[in-house]
Design a protein around this ligand. Structure first.
Ligand SMILES: *[C@@H]1O[C@H](CO)[C@@H](O)[C@H](O)[C@H]1NC(C)=O
Ligand SMILES: *[C@@H]1O[C@H](CO)[C@@H](O)[C@H](O)[C@H]1NC(C)=O
Ligand SMILES: *[C@@H]1O[C@H](CO)[C@@H](O)[C@H](O)[C@H]1NC(C)=O
Ligand SMILES: *[C@@H]1O[C@H](CO)[C@@H](O)[C@H](O)[C@H]1NC(C)=O
Ligand SMILES: *[C@@H]1O[C@H](CO)[C@@H](O)[C@H](O)[C@H]1NC(C)=O
Length: 286
């Protein structure tokens, strides 16, 4: 009996024919609740859409709205085989340096002269390649300058396909990370790379050769306008060849960018504008 009563109460709660209430509310009460939520959510959606619309109006597809003005570009080297900046191999052991030359082959393939001739312009060297927008009129897409692989001469992989690794005179390629709008250099003086050994290794580094001459990043590759505006941009490169490095010893090397208006190793970021790595060439497999 008690059971029946409980069942009856439940049934009545779900649908009470006397008061015509469903789950304890009348149809009009339910209607009002649904209406309230409907209006509420439409209002929220509208507010969201309006905010997004206003935000998007202020954005420019072709350049970032917010960028760290003081950004100092980082430098990276190739080949970089592992997480650490270490290049260790034995000249006698082909397999120990094969990976390095492969990495350089892949890295340099977009710089093939034929590819560059197809994609990019022959620019006037030693001056910025400015392609500013005039007011609201966007000057897009922007052209980019050719950086031919053969500029790297002995480090181009064209004349010496092993980049000197086989003779123990390896090439390292350095690039500067892209910073939109950066105009490096000063008074027509292009930024250039210099490499040196850490103090205790000074006697071991030997003579260096830079390609292009003096290790410069030509001014014509700047400014960079961003991936969307300048689709075919090829970052300029500098190659360093170690001509007489001491074998069978670790040599710690640091390369840095020299440009009056790029502060290196500032308080904020001591890796900015410089890169360190270890080079060790063994003369035998052991
Ligand atoms: C670039 O040139 C090298 C030979 O110098 C060739 O092996 C490679 O396939 C070329 N890459 C492209 C993308 O054309
Ligand atoms: C790059 O190489 C191509 C093909 O050899 C040549 O036409 C072009 O003038 C070269 N560009 C530069 C900047 O040297
Ligand atoms: C980018 O390169 C392609 C060929 O790969 C070329 O057709 C196009 O005109 C280039 N665009 C610009 C903006 O330089
Ligand atoms: C390299 O630097 C030296 C000395 O600063 C200068 O005389 C020479 O013209 C430069 N060479 C090139 C190709 O820029
Ligand atoms: C290479 O370096 C060694 C010392 O590490 C030196 O004795 C030798 O003269 C150098 N050779 C050349 C060609 O500079």
């Amino acid at each position: 009996m008690a059971k029946d009563g409980e069942k009856g109460q439940w049934k009545e709660f779900i649908w009470n024919p006397r008061t015509r209430e469903f789950l304890g509310r009348t149809a009009s009460s339910w209607g009002l609740i649904l209406l309230f939520y409907l209006v509420f959510y439409i209002f929220l959606a509208g507010l969201f859409a309006l905010t997004m619309y206003v935000m998007l109006q202020t954005l420019d597809d072709h350049k970032p709205t917010w960028q760290d003005r003081l950004a100092t570009p980082g430098m990276v080297i190739r080949p970089k085989a592992t997480e650490t900046f270490e290049i260790v191999y034995a000249t006698q052991d082909t397999e120990s340096w094969d990976l390095y030359t492969q990495i350089l082959d892949n890295f340099l393939s977009p710089y093939n002269d034929t590819t560059q001739a197809l994609r990019n312009d022959h620019c006037t060297p030693d001056k910025y390649f400015l392609q500013e927008d005039s007011g609201e009129v966007k000057n897009n897409p922007k052209r980019s300058c050719q950086f031919n692989r053969t500029i790297l001469e002995q480090c181009s992989g064209v004349s010496d396909r092993y980049y000197g690794y086989r003779e123990g005179k390896p090439c390292i390629i350095i690039k500067l990370n892209r910073v939109i709008g950066m105009l490096p250099g000063n008074n027509g003086q292009a930024p250039y790379v210099t490499c040196g050994a850490k103090r205790e290794d000074t006697d071991k580094i030997g003579q260096l050769a830079y390609f292009p001459p003096n290790g410069t990043f030509n001014l014509m590759y700047y400014p960079y306008y961003g991936k969307k505006a300048q689709v075919n941009y090829s970052q300029p490169l500098v190659a360093v060849k170690f001509l007489n490095i001491t074998l069978n010893e670790d040599v710690n090397i640091e390369c840095k960018i020299n440009a009056n208006n790029i502060p290196t190793g500032s308080e904020r970021d001591k890796f900015a504008g410089r890169v360190s790595f270890k080079l060790r060439i063994n003369s035998d497999k052991a």
